[in-house]
Design a protein around this ligand. Sequence first.
Ligand code: 3HC
Length: 288
Amino acid sequence: MTLSTIGVIGSGTMGGAIAHQMALSGYLVRLTDVSQPALSRATERIRAWMDVSVTKGKMTQQDANDTLDRLTVTTDLAELKDCSFAVEAVFENLDVKQRIFAELDSTLPKDAIIATNTSSMSITVLAESTQRPDKVVGMHFFNPPQVMKLVEVVRGYKTADDTVAKTMELARGLGKEPIEVKRDTPGFIVNRILIPQMLEAIRVVEEGIATPEDVDKAIRLGLNSPMGPFELQDYTGVDVGLNVVDHFYEEFRNDRWAAPLLLRDLVRAGRLGKKTGAGWYDYPSEKR
Ligand code: 3HC
């Protein structure tokens, strides 16, 4: 598949890193956000990531410069008008995503594919905001997208076979291993399986069975996972986890997915993990 420039909408942790991975893989990328400071922060994160890679001898400074040359940033979504593929990666708010989908639909060429990196929302519902539901697809990356090999390619009710095939092809072009998620269900595969582990880990702490630090140690050393469930939440964002859980609760209407109060407490206390500098560790034990 020959692709012209790829558009990425949303320059947060995931959007910025997805754009980075695309530029690293040789694609021309246009990254857009409503906030210029957010775009500058994303560019800084990309630069810092490549500084590490250059220092480790994994890439040359020339390659890093060339990667940055392939990436342009803009606050004007209309500048995506020549993109043949776009990946939406804004925060998990349905209204915002639907507005962006409608805008992308009127901006992009008629045959362009609109993908979403949503971690839980319905592809079918998002596709309804466009006149091209057959060209709307889920393209779910994992954090950090530069490292994690998996991409879930999610079929909405009306997604065409050709859209799925082209999205799988792009994922392979990014050096990823795509898998097709055949039905549009909350959380797709990985989050559907990961979230129960996260909820059970929080319940273990609430019941006073072990501290978050020891639960992480248990999972790291007992299951050979690179991170325990609390480290992982701090890494991906405690608020991101809560959003997904709340969404599951609404969709499945089952108490099994009710967010533990402790999780909500942490978010209310602003302990969102890496991005705020405080998360599960050192949360006063009397509050647990
Ligand atoms: N700058 C440059 N390179 C970096 C880097 C950085 N800041 N951080 C990592 N890397 C590169 C390293 O160079 C290394 O590359 P190499 O394999 O070619 O040497 C590779 O990434 C691995 O890094 P390290 O070995 O130095 O680091 P760790 O061993 O500490 O691994 C990790 C870091 C990859 C984040 C690992 O801890 C891990 O796999 N954690 C679990 C992550 C996970 O589960 N993600 C999924 C989250 S769920 C999700 O995203 C779904 C969403 O919907 C919520």
